[in-house]
Design a binder for this molecule. Structure first.
Ligand code: HEM
Length: 407
């Protein structure tokens, strides 16, 4: 076992754990990350094991550079047990019910408006334009006041928080600055709502987060409330990664375009699932063993990091035929289990840490992917390669399109 695998992770990115598994010929990989013992698991049974709080806890498990950029200090991601359940119920109520209909409507309307403007430009970068469409829509849906002029800067800040979590250097510090700025802005808004200096719509995300009481019966500290509001708007804007990947897929495999453009809802859904399965986004998740545990005949000592390999499992040939072939049809007429397709975590989002924004992601992505397929565009010369060494990965060009209109 190498002394420390942090360097392999940095140089191999998404391939690090799958490569190690192939080399070892087993499912479970022992490693050292940032000086800590780590055991990486993969497979549906492993996901079930990982999501049992008796085996894996999140508090104190995530490295500060990840919390300080991606999730924010005090975020739901870092809680366990009853405090997690109470905080999580706030997200579930906002994101897993009828409330997301208006978000999808706003987003598709904003996309349709944007297409007119795109057609008047020589070319657009799909990744950046999608982020602006999403940022304006989710922020207003959440009850956060923004002017049209503020949207591009906000979109850039929210993208930066995701882009900079797994790297050092300028991308990382851009992410920290973006987070600092946006937390201060939203903490002020939460205080203003509580003090009656600003009114926001009843039932909106700002209103619900400002009034939420944690398991101790207390309101959230304004900074933590801001962190949780960002945990709604940031990942919604991050759907632009999946839109850039959708653009990549339609350019590389244009045979899917006609069926997607037809608007057949089952195919649009299958396309969204295949984009989430096939393309690299969240590489793996981590927590800590609260006591000595055993998995796959291996002893995992108390305090060791336990990782679950999301990217690896989404490309496991035991679960997916031809995993490196992009084939949306694989999701037609099949039920998806809670522990197999795991780009946004596994298990029950109400009980565990699985992403509560999966309905939003799948609904928004399938609606916008259909619109993307209906765009009339040329593809200028560009670098569409996706490096698996870069976390988070994305097509190098961001997907440049010369848009002429929409069918
Ligand atoms: C958690 C991925 C979109 C809100 C997560 C987790 C992943 C993930 C991997 C961690 C699960 C775990 O720790 O077990 C993604 C991806 C998205 C996305 C790839 C696509 C862009 C969204 C959206 C929202 C959202 C649209 C909200 C509108 C959250 C929250 C958590 C979370 C609040 C923390 C849940 C918890 O710790 O209990 N997401 N997500 N995500 N996601 Fe998402």
């Amino acid at each position: 076992m190498p002394l420390d695998d942090s360097l392999s992770l940095l140089t191999k990115g998404y391939g690090w754990l799958p490569d190690r598994r192939r080399a070892l010929g087993g499912r479970t990989v022992r490693a050292r990350l940032a000086g800590m013992r780590a055991v990486a698991l993969e497979g549906p049974d492993a996901v079930r094991f990982f999501y049992d709080e008796d085996h894996v806890r999140r508090s104190g498990a995530l490295p500060e550079p990840v919390v300080g950029t991606l999730f924010g200090k005090g975020a739901v991601h870092t809680l366990d047990g009853h405090p997690h359940r109470v905080r999580k119920s706030m997200f579930v109520a906002l994101l897993m019910g009828d409330g997301i209909g208006p978000l999808v409507e706003r987003t598709t309307a904003a996309w349709d408006d944007a297409v007119t403007a795109w057609s008047q430009r020589r070319s657009i970068v799909l990744f950046e334009e999608a982020a602006e469409v999403l940022a304006g829509s989710v922020t207003r849906w959440a009850g956060i006041p923004v002017t049209d002029d503020e949207v591009p800067g906000l979109a850039r800040d929210l993208l930066a928080m995701v882009d900079g979590f797994a790297t050092g250097g300028p991308r990382h510090f851009r992410a920290r600055r973006a987070r600092g700025r946006r937390e201060a802005w939203l903490a002020d808004l939460v205080s203003a709502v509580r003090e009656g200096r600003t009114t926001v719509p009843e039932g909106s995300a700002v209103n619900v987060v400002a009034r939420h009481r944690d398991s101790d019966g207390e309101l959230l500290d304004p900074r933590v409330a801001a962190v949780e509001l960002i945990n709604i708007i940031r990942p919604t804007v991050a759907i632009s990664w999946f839109l850039a990947f959708s653009g990549h897929a339609l350019i590389r495999w244009p045979e899917h375009r006609e069926r997607l453009a037809s608007g057949d809802p089952a195919f649009a859904l299958a396309f969204a699932h295949e984009v989430r399965r096939f393309y690299p986004f969240a590489p793996f998740l981590g927590g800590k063993a609260p006591r000595e545990i055993e998995w796959d005949g291996q002893r995992i000592p108390q305090g060791a990091m336990v990782l679950i390999d999301l990217y690896g499992q989404n490309h496991d040939p035991d679960l997916w035929d031809d995993p490196y072939v992009f084939r949306p049809e694989r999701f037609l007429g099949t039920d998806i289990g809670a522990f197999e397709l795991i780009p946004q975590g596994g298990g029950d989002p109400r009980a565990g840490h699985r992403c509560p924004g999966e309905d939003v992601t799948v609904t928004v992505l399938s609606a916008l992917a259909v619109r993307l397929a209906r765009l009339r565009f040329d593809v200028p010369e560009q670098d569409l390669s996706i490096s698996l060494r870069r976390i988070p990965a994305k097509p190098a060009s961001g997907v440049v399109l010369a848009v002429h209109g929409s069918d």
